[in-house]
Ligand binder design. Sequence first.
Ligand code: GDP
Ligand code: MG
Length: 458
Amino acid sequence: EAPNEENLRSPVCCIMGHVDAGKTKLLDCIQGTNVQESEAGGITQQIGATFIPTDNIRDRTKELKADAKLNVPGLLVIDTPGHESFVNLRTRGSDLCDIAILVVDIMHGLEPQTIESLNLLKMRNTQFIVALNKVDKLYSWKVSPNAPIVNSIKLQSEDVKSQFDTRVRDVIFQFKEQGLNTELYYKNKNMDETFSIVPTSATTGEGIPDLLLLLVQWAQKTMVEKLTYHDEVQCTVLEVKVSKGHGTTIDVVLVNGVLHEKDQIVVCGLQGPIVTNIKALLTPHPMKKYRLKGKYMQHKEIKAAMSIKISAPDLDHAVTGTSIYVVSPNEDLEHVKEKAKEPMESILTKIDKNGEGVYVHASTLGSLEALLEFLKTPEVNIPVRGIGIGPVHKKDVIKAGSMLEKKKEYAAILLAFDVKVKPEAEEHADDLGVKIFTADVIYDLFKQFKAYIDGLKE
Ligand code: GDP
Ligand code: MG
């Protein structure tokens, strides 16, 4: 499809940053969870994401720019803030996240996880906007709830303005040290080369209109090609889970195209491609009282961009972070199966041929790839014997334990990136002497592992 400004899908956005910078609070603020359900302005809670319709954005930003031309239907914000692995998610070769919000606490500046997030964004070439959060913490800040940030700053005393200027200058300098040009968005003349900073307060809502408007305007201006709606299904598995009354389901983000009930789909599975038919397309019930009971709305079809729970037979071994394929009537199923299994096969080539090394688990295929890449770099150089996606189970510990006699230093080591370890697995690991390292940040895993190896050598 030719790029078409009049036929855009909603951009997919994720929120990143250091712990306590205010990611969750910012998401709450964007969702308007502090307002009554009836007043939430069409915002709908989706599966693993929140959909903010353009009407809602227009309404919230009218004080800022009443005549803004917004071409996208809305913004789909991924719900688990700080889940760095979302930036690793891909959909048919392109990134799932179109744009990210990098949250920085104005009182702390850049922190280790801010830098980790930044490196991921750079590596992925993902566009992002900096939310310089907690401006209300500046000493004697005067609050104007939900106001555009420039209006709010105008009302501050000279002293507050000068605290603000100093902190902004420091943060810009810190970004510069990371090799990035940044500037307050309302002073930014060249958004192609200079990343924008939006001062915000997730507590008072100040700067949130600016953030929403900038996200939408920038996305629709610079990503027309990527955001042009087309019929080819682009859909990524976010999570595989058992859902009451539906068996094992997959939560997906449908980035492009339309999914229908009964569609034949192919999903990448741990043991090969899974061919199945969509039994139900589910979204959370719009009414809270039903939602709380775990009731879903069922749809005949759903158009992108949206997040959906798919119920279908045989999804138990579906791999998070891979694309799903719809088999159209004139398509060769074997060919589709080849495409669907490709990401898993590419991962398997990274495993040590001699069968020596650690076991590695990650929450998604994308994070697993990132972790494997990292382990392969010369400075790190840790061989990998086996992989897993999703929680660490007892059987994984048993497999890792088989290394105990061969090579103790890697042996029995399980690196879990951003995943849960089942209690039985943990118990069994203790019994066997299998070390399990877990962390949400790749670099932390490496540090822990290195300390352990050094300890063994002594
Ligand atoms: P996360 O770890 O990045 O998700 O951070 P949270 O959203 O949990 O926020 C950490 C703490 O900072 C919480 O106590 C929030 O209430 C507080 N917080 C977040 N944003 C703001 C803000 O803009 N202003 C103020 N004063 N506090 C905030
Ligand atoms: Mg949080």
